[in-house]
Ligand binder design. Sequence first.
Ligand code: SF4
Length: 170
Amino acid sequence: MMPPRSDPLFWLAAGVLLAGLLMILSAWRMRRVRGLSSGRTLALDDVTLYSPYYALRGRPDRIVRAGGTVIPEEWKSAKRLWPGHIAQMGVYFLLIEERFGVRPPYGYVVLGTGERRRIANDEKLRAWVLDLSSRIRDARRRLLEPTRPRPRPAQCRACGQRDNCSERVA
Ligand code: SF4
């Protein structure tokens, strides 16, 4: 029950109510500005997902539980959708499936213009991302392999290390 208006507590309680209302309005406005969809937020850029199986890691800007599933949302300052944005979403789909046991049917990339682009989690995207990640893993493994120089003979002839080098070609 509110205290009478003559009581200073009345104005204190009114101030607290007003501040709460303003915070709710501000949060609602922020959600609209940032293109947030409805649904329960499970993570807001504070959960890093990792899959030892795929050797993939990612941190979606937002993970939402909505309509009986879990979807990722990613905000970009770019004004258009790039293939890298779609690949990143494909990685999130795999990571969310592994973490939450739910295969997201889609996700959203929210562009700098505020436009929400829906990315379908279809077989084509999944195959593309799995192929990309497999090629990245192969490239990482090769980083540990020594590289063979392919100098031109003129380079070796002018090289100060030629007497110590087993790879020289002249
Ligand atoms: S001599 Fe050896 S280090 Fe020098 S340019 Fe040739 S390969 Fe390279």
